[in-house]
Design a protein around this ligand. Structure first.
Ligand code: ARG
Ligand code: ZN
Length: 865
């Protein structure tokens, strides 16, 4: 069934309050739900009440205590007929968390029982108007056996707890903030609790608690610290204070996504919250800090102000991703964070936007909403918020956010409502800007320059276009902010005097037309343009820069992001030319650039590391019309080997000088140091130097933290010495097989290793450590394999058919996880005929399977079109 934005109707009834009693028993759970309801609309006309409910075993139904005998329950809908405009509806049903492998609704996770309700999981718990514009206050009573479930949690503040007969006990929780059902959560388990406290700006004391199963309990401290930083930051940067008396986080080993912002009771994937220096590497610490912040920030951007319908998902997700990126930028290194975020966008969102599943940030229709928790809704959505910030400037942007939170507190609203606050504060008209929400596809901005020495006049013309995307052939011009500077031959910014829509305070030129030509006056010599600084708009820039211009930007642009872009452009051009067979040798420009990065002592280690990293396979693919996988692989290997060998002595020196004997600390400087050391070691080993390989193994063996350990191990994995790799992998498992996150890492390392094939993957899946019902394990192995470009696309291997079978098998267990893997075939059309046909037939095999979930079906159908 296709759901369309244009069909939105307010609900026929509201739910004011939801009182739940959840009785957990060994083999089933009884849910007793009382909804206090009122007609929305003419009270003299009472339409049927249609409640969502999936796999509910009905025990009883009643209106105001009167049993309902006349009801219709089919196709996940319960239809009953109210006789009053205000009434209570009670349902007692049975559900089965132990066999719920979809990990949606109430389900068993290891030794505990927990929930995931976003987007439409609450209907698996009880009958409800399961839509975000229905906001109710909740009270929850949980009853369970005391021994296996000593901890009983739900949203809001705790109100009572006590013992019951037969070894059972209860707890009650009260959430006074009206919320949609997708924010409901409950947890029962034998959990270890870590406590802390936070005093808000206005002086309220908040109790903070993180819960984890005993085997994970030693890993919760970092997240708690991150939480406190997030709470303070949201007060300082956005004026947002926490509201309940208690804030809880629970770590779950079985979880479909990263984490969930349930009111007052966030539930996290263990992998996204648990960290110790011994078991988590720097990138994991970064990710955890960002996700803890993200979920916390949702308390305002998502919970206090929520979405009217799921087409507005980016209202909370785009905004919250923007907010967590700002948090990380403020805490660590803004330029590095920006570079990594843009890389993520280019590696994942650009390909989505250019493929069969391209959709607007505000999708216009969907079959399964779970399929729309995408990089487009999240990351491109965040870019849109970033552009609003760029167009308004700091203060007005903050004022507009304040207005948004104040005006819509307690309401379920739309992305339009959000942008309208920006319009009101700035006095600007954002109607054209809103096209960013409804138009899919990555815009292309082609740039031409023209310099007239006699007139000291320089012209830039910008031509924007946007390729057709499925269902959208006509594209309209967008509002595109171009943060820019014109540089002289030393890289100094020149004064700008132009006729364009240029804001001198923010250095932003705004484009609104299909073609914009801007004339710059008083330029005695031809400047070098530094455009789209900090990636001021999510567009593809087509600009034919001369080698000297690229070199100037790569060496001297004081905008670190654009310096990075110029360096990447040099690498990417080389990679693409190598792929097309257009080069005999590596161009001198590459070496000039690399040497100047290696010798630039002003650069931070972190920046050096990103500047010395090559564009990914995805980016190469994204810039080719047809992908010859072998040629892509050969090209990338060749440039990598060139860097490894040409700068061997640099890599050796860096590897050796960047060591530290100090205790692990998670700071931007230290993260940068370790990152550069890891990269240098990798290149050193790749260069073929035996000393490099030995020192990689030495780093692995002596490592006191996971970052060093993985730096060593990953470098060893880059060597052709399979025996040595095997020895270290065996050692790794022997030492850390009891640690869930370490085992996941171990699985992923092997699935991502050079030379693995389907047989190796099957062996990993047959290993004791593997569990097909656990999404993290599945992602480690199957995700590791499918991201292993050489292995997955090996035409001699059977990777495509193998993945097709895995998708079908997963479909029966966990449709959400299965659907994610359909994405590995997303760009099948890009490949040269042999692979493209093989991928097509693998997808067709999935499609021909019986009883596909709507999740998988929707994506496979769209991908094949
Ligand atoms: N709202 C969560 C977050 O971004 C993600 C929940 C995803 N759920 C889903 N069913 N896709 O923080
Ligand atoms: Zn989110």
């Amino acid at each position: 069934v296709t759901i369309r934005l244009k069909d939105y109707q307010p609900p026929a009834y509201w739910i004011k309050n939801c009182a739940l009693i959840i009785r957990i028993f060994a083999n089933h759970t009884e849910v007793d739900s009382t909804l206090t309801m009122v007609r929305n609309g003419d009270p003299s006309e009472l339409p049927a009440l249609v409640l969502d409910g999936v796999e509910q075993l009905i025990q009883s139904l009643s209106f105001d205590g009167e049993a309902i005998t006349d009801y219709d329950y089919q196709h996940d809908r319960l239809t009953v007929q109210p006789t009053q405009a205000e009434f209570t509806f009670n349902a007692v049903t049975h559900i089965f968390p132990n066999t719920n492998t979809s990990l949606e609704g109430l389900y068993k996770s290891g030794t505990m029982v927990c929930t995931q309700c976003e987007a439409e999981g609450f209907r698996k718990i009880t009958f409800y108007l399961d839509r975000p514009d229905v906001m109710a206050t909740f009270s929850t009573r949980i009853e369970a056996d005391q021994a296996p479930f000593p901890i009983l949690l739900a949203n809001g503040n705790p109100t009572a707890s006590g013992e019951l007969e037969q070894g059972r006990h209860f707890a009650t929780w009260d959430d006074p903030f009206a919320k949609p059902a997708y924010l409901f959560a409950t947890v029962a388990g034998d959990l270890v609790r870590r406590d802390d406290a936070f005093t808000t700006a206005s002086g309220r004391d908040i109790s903070l608690r993180i819960f984890a199963e005993p085997h994970n309990a030693h890993k919760t401290e970092f997240a708690l610290t991150a939480l406190k930083k997030s709470m303070r930051w949201d007060e300082e940067r956005f004026g947002r204070e926490y509201d309940l008396d208690i804030f809880m986080i629970v770590a779950s080993d079985f979880f479909n996504m990263g984490a969930m912002e349930n009111k007052g009771l966030n539930i996290f994937n263990s992998a996204a919250v648990l960290a110790t220096p011994e078991t988590a590497s720097d990138d994991r610490f970064e990710r955890i800090e960002g996700i803890v912040a993200h979920e916390y920030f949702h308390n305002w951007s998502g919970n206090r102000v929520t979405c009217r319908d799921w087409f507005q998902l980016s209202l909370k997700e785009g905004f919250t991703v923007y907010r967590d990126a700002e948090f990380t930028s403020d805490l660590h290194d803004r330029a590095v964070k920006r570079i990594k975020d843009v890389l993520f966008l280019k590696n994942h969102q650009f390909p989505q936007d250019g493929g069969p599943n391209a959709h607007p940030v505000q999708p216009q229709e969907y079959i399964e909403i779970n399929n729309f928790y995408t990089v487009t809704v999240y990351e491109k959505g965040a870019e849109i918020v970033g552009m609003l910030h760029t167009l308004l400037g700091d203060r007005p942007f903050r004022q507009a956010c304040d207005l948004y939170f104040e005006r819509f507190d307690g309401m379920a609203v739309t992305t339009d409502d959000f942008v309208d606050c920006m319009a009101q504060i700035s006095g600007q008209d954002f109607s054209q800007f809103k096209r960013w929400y409804t138009q899919a596809g990555t815009p292309i901005v082609a740039i031409h320059e023209d310099y007239d020495a006699n007139l000291a006049r320089y012209r830039l013309s910008f031509t924007q276009s946007c390729p057709a995307t499925p269902g959208q052939s006509d594209k309209q011009p967008l509002v595109i902010p171009v943060k820019m500077a014109l540089l002289d031959s030393t890289g100094q910014a020149l004064p700008i005097d132009c006729n364009g829509d240029y804001n001198a305070d923010t250095q932003v030129l705004t484009l609104t037309e299909a073609v914009t030509t801007v004339t710059f006056q008083h330029l005695a010599s031809q400047p070098t343009p530094s455009l789209f600084r900090d990636f001021s708009a999510p567009v593809r820039v087509r600009q034919a820069l001369s080698d000297p211009a690229l070199l100037l930007l790569a060496q001297h642009d004081d905008n670190a992001f654009n310096r990075f872009e110029a360096v990447q452009q040099v690498y990417l051009d080389t990679l693409l030319k190598l792929t097309r067979g257009e080069l005999d040798a590596i161009p001198a420009l590459v070496d000039t650039v690399v040497l100047s990065i290696l010798s630039d002592t002003q650069l931070s280690h972190a920046l050096q590391a990103v500047l010395l990293s090559l564009p990914s396979y995805q980016q190469m693919m994204d810039n080719l019309d047809t992908v010859d996988a072998e040629a892509v692989i050969v090209a990338r290997d060749r440039l990598k080997l060139h860097l490894a060998q040409t700068y061997q002595s640099h890599w050796a020196t860096l590897s050796q000088t960047l060591t530290s004997a100090d205790d692990y600390v998670f700071t931007a400087d230290e993260v940068g140091r370790r990152e550069l050391q890891g990269l240098a070691l990798y290149y050193w080993v790749l260069s073929g130097d035996k000393f490099g390989l030995n020192s990689a193994e030495a780093l692995y063996r002596a490592a006191q933290n996971q970052t060093d350990r993985l730096n060593g191990l990953k470098a060893v994995m880059a060597s052709p010495d399979r025996d040595r790799q095997q020895r270290l992998l065996v050692h790794f498992y022997r030492h850390w097989h009891q640690d869930t996150q370490m085992v996941e890492t171990w699985l992923a390392l092997q699935a991502g290793a050079e030379g693995v094939g389907v047989t190796d993957i099957l062996l990993l899946m047959a290993h004791d450590a593997f569990d097909f019902t656990n999404p993290n394990k599945v992602r480690s192995v199957l995700g590791g394999f499918t991201q292993n470009f050489k292995a997955f696309h090996d035409i001699q291997g059977d990777g495509y058919n193998f993945m097709s079978e895995q998708i079908v098998a997963l479909n029966a267990i966990n449709p959400q996880v299965a659907a994610r893997f359909v994405g590995v075939f997303e760009r099948w059309r890009k490949f040269a005929p042999e692979r493209s046909a093989a991928m097509h037939s693998a997808l067709t095999a999935v499609l021909e399977t019986e009883s596909l979930s709507p999740d998988v079906l929707e994506l496979v159908q769209k991908t094949l079109v």
